[in-house]
Design a protein around this ligand. Sequence first.
Ligand code: FAD
Length: 569
Amino acid sequence: MTRHYDVVIIGGGPAGSTVAALTRRYAPQLRLLLLEKEAFPRHHVGESLLAGASPVLEEMGAYEKVANAGFLEKLGATFIWGQSREPWGFEFDELISQLVAQGKRLPRLYTRAWQVRRAEYDELLLRHAASLGVEVRQRARVTRVLWDREPPASLSAEGQERREPRAIGVEFVDERGLQTVYCDWVLDCSGQQALLGHALKLREYDVQMNNYALFAYWQGAKWLYEYTGYPELTRICIITTPRGWIWYIPLKRDVMSVGFVTHRQTLKHLPEGPEQLYLEELQACDEVRDLLKEARLTRIAADQRRMVCAIQDWSYRSRQLSGSGWAMVGDAAGFVDPILSSGVMLAHELGQKAAYTLVSSFAAGSDEEVRRYWEFYAQTYRTYLQAYRDMAAFWYSNNFSLESWFWQARRILARSGSELNLSDRQAFTRLASGYATRAESLSLFGSYPLHEAQQLVNGLFGTPYCRDELAAQYAGRPLRLKEAELCDGLYYYQGAVRQTRRVINRRTGRYLDLHPGEEVLLSLFDGGHTLTHLEETEQALQALPEMERLPLRSGLDLLVQLEMIGVLA
Ligand SMILES: Cc1cc2nc3c(=O)[nH]c(=O)nc-3n(C[C@H](O)[C@H](O)[C@H](O)COP(=O)(O)OP(=O)(O)OC[C@H]3O[C@@H](n4cnc5c(N)ncnc54)[C@H](O)[C@@H]3O)c2cc1C
């Protein structure tokens, strides 16, 4: 076995497989070692995916494999939550109905998701990473990360010291005993076990969301169209109960995953134990009782140890996400309560960003550049986590009316930089489908055929408008900016972190990342030019040889988007 790798990845869940597959795709010369402590397939919680994961699966080259693996397709979600017991919900397809109405085509993968048996799903992805040339070792448990000098007991104590210690490798145990490998980068994808988060004492727990989940699998559980859809197109059903909430997820035609999430306090003083609580709670729930009447408990994976499983469900995040030679991805970096089923999507989505950042770090010219890339990664990560965390907190804070859920989603998106003409309901659907923020939108679709990416970005985030009417509105208006500041920005695109310029509204902090080349267009905002000049210049620039970059926006699009961040005078 080689003793030196470019990257060692700890953990073979969705985060680890994504980092491995995409790093391999964009930097095939790098030597990657992935160490997984279990032998796959292994049982895991977290079965209901969001559509936002699918574009990343496609980029990894695993989308077709997942689509053909026999998982039940997921259409959306039903909630029995709020002031009434009337089911309500959303479907991923709603995202593109607006585009379809305009006669535009969009790949179905943007709205496609599954309910997955994680033992099979995770194994499929891990095998896929191996098929791309990643060296994967199972039953290899990492015991510690090695440093060029001893790290302090807690990284926060590091401030006074000269230089952060650098991660230089890992120690792990496999069937041959204790092994050591060295590397340039250690990526911690160890899930809730958060190897580095614990070792460096970086975890911060969310006192508001200290929950516990009890779950099991029911053979012969009933389908009810209003709750779960039908086997060809399923829904997850989420039902509130006096002490928490229940998930009801179709995993096979004849097997449902049924979980009960409750505050940790509920588990104290339970003479009969948590299993009894779980069964009682399902019995007490009007909507679930009948569905399970003729069902019996079963196991979904060979290594599932107990019939009723229990797992801590305590939301947390890491104070620091990367450092010298190391970074965290997926649950190792942060975990948000599963109420919106966002965990696997976040692991894929941020695994993709971590892979881009790794690839760019190897190509970087200086340590400073590398530092900036990882800072951008951390900023992106926090934006995503915060959006889902806020929504989850709102969810738990009260039994609001339907309208308030939708309105809250809109508030979260608006704060994360989206100026939307979306209705409250559309905003909710977007957040709940896994497309959280506008700031990241271009990177989200960055590796797709550009015309499709642009259509989607405009459809989901832009203002639907009538071009001619808008053009008439701006015609003859002198172009001028107000309260605008230009600074360096970064964006994710096709396997790398790339430089761009960012226009910031000095007063509100809202910003727009320019597509490379658009800076030239900004020079026309001097009070002496108009939309006509802008469009002429843009046409001239479009004619220049194609670069590997996002296409220039039309002059009108740029104007509308500058107006949206409030910098158009
Ligand atoms: C109750 C509950 C319900 C959930 N429901 C959903 C849901 O419906 N939908 C959804 O999307 N998400 C859900 N999630 C979240 C989801 O399970 C996680 O977000 C997701 O699995 C994160 O993927 P990951 O790759 O970061 O971590 P994991 O999937 O946990 O993978 C980490 C891997 O690292 C390995 N590992 C750990 N330590 C070591 C070590 N020292 N050495 C080597 N390998 C190691 C582990 O064996 C594991 O295979 C739920 C979570 C909980 C707690």
